[in-house]
Write a protein that binds this ligand. Structure first.
Ligand SMILES: C[S@@+](CC[C@H](N)C(=O)[O-])C[C@H]1O[C@@H](n2cnc3c(N)ncnc32)[C@H](O)[C@@H]1O
Length: 231
């Protein structure tokens, strides 16, 4: 995909069927006309999201053979597929999602809520060591209530960063889905304090109408506030 242009748009017309409501018709039309959905199908990826990680990797060089990767919110498995292929047999990919998904060769996946207090320990048992890269594409279902949705998004991103700070090896990287203004406030301050570089990116594969973007933090410094003694 290096330097490739955005795939060509299609224009499949979808009629509203009797038993399909307007929102479902719009969704179906968008899926059928989405060039990344077609490309993912043709290239054997579970999700169009796979191209977001491919693009982020091209831009920030996140994946390399032998790397150890944790994928938070991994279903249906597009990022796991991309990561497993890139890290190869000498690397490790561990994912978690509360939704089940068929196995991805080269990845170990936990079916559980990442916010469950036992999740970090279970992930650690599978990782068996520090991680080079923590990815979070987690997105909670929206309620339509703006401030509730915003709090949920921030809560997931903060939980992902708490975890990343515990498990990343020095020099490691953290990629997290954020929305609207990107990483803000405390989250952004923590990222800036604990990583050498913090950038925002919106891959071409991320729908232009969506407020989604990613914060990419590289060069984990290895010592966080959590570990600094107060005396
Ligand atoms: C956009 S999808 C991820 C797509 C994935 N990156 C791929 O390439 O196929 C977001 C996922 O986050 C998961 N998720 C959201 N909150 C979660 C949580 N608390 N624990 C585990 N998974 C969660 C959802 O179930 C959903 O599958």
């Amino acid at each position: 995909m290096a330097g490739e242009a955005k795939p060509r748009e299609f224009n499949v017309h979808v009629k509203t069927a009797k038993r399909r409501d307007y929102a479902s018709t719009l969704w179906l039309k968008r899926q059928l006309n989405d060039p990344y959905v077609r490309k993912a199908k043709a290239e054997g990826f579970r999700s169009r999201a796979a191209y977001k990680l491919i693009e982020l990797d091209e831009k920030f060089q996140l994946l390399r053979p032998g790397a150890r990767v944790v994928d938070l919110g991994c279903a249906p498995g597009g990022w796991c597929q991309v990561a497993a292929k890139a890290v190869g047999k000498s690397g490790r990919v561990v994912g978690i999602d509360y939704l089940g998904m068929p196995a991805v060769p080269g990845a170990d996946v936990l079916e559980m809520d990442f916010l469950d207090e036992e999740a970090p320990q279970k992930l650690q048992e599978l990782m068996d060591g520090k991680a080079d890269l923590v990815l979070s594409d987690m997105a909670a279902p929206t309620t339509g209530h703006r401030s509730t949705d915003h709090l949920r998004i921030v809560g997931l991103a903060e939980a992902a960063l708490d975890y990343a700070e515990d498990v990343l090896a020095p020099g490691g990287a953290f990629v997290c889905k954020v929305f609207a203004g990107g990483a803000e406030g405390d989250l952004l301050n923590r990222l800036k304090m604990n990583f050498e570089s913090v950038k925002h990116a919106k891959p071409k594969a991320s729908r232009s109408g969506s407020a989604e973007k990613y914060v990419v933090a590289t060069g984990f410094r290895g010592v966080t506030d959590n570990e600094i003694s107060e005396d």
